[in-house]
Design a protein around this ligand. Structure first.
Ligand SMILES: [Zn+2]
Length: 92
């Protein structure tokens, strides 16, 4: 369900982490036969949006202030120090 709602889940490590944190922070587990209330859904949406926005400014490698780098097949948020040391495949 998280993967379906967050297409970038597997691509962006920080977003994956934040999304997981936001999901775990939800007041009660989602069940197939028990839908969230609109208030709960809105709260989760706000949480995820908040974490997603924060992650877009944080270097995925070291956690410092970073910016979106579009020089690789996958997009990464990296700081100026980490940008030159991360390979084209996004691994470090
Ligand atoms: Zn960095």
């Amino acid at each position: 369900m998280v993967v379906a709602e967050f297409p970038e889940y597997e691509l962006l490590a920080v977003k994956q982490k934040w999304a997981a944190l936001a999901f775990q922070a939800f007041p009660r587990p989602w069940r197939r036969d028990e839908c969230w209330t609109p208030e709960e859904a809105a709260r989760l949406e706000a949480l995820v949006a908040e974490f997603t926005a924060a992650s877009e400014r944080i270097c995925e490698r070291c956690g410092n202030d970073g910016t979106l780098r579009e020089t690789r097949p996958i997009e990464l948020i990296l700081c100026d120090a980490c940008e030159p040391v991360v390979g084209l495949d996004g691994r470090w």
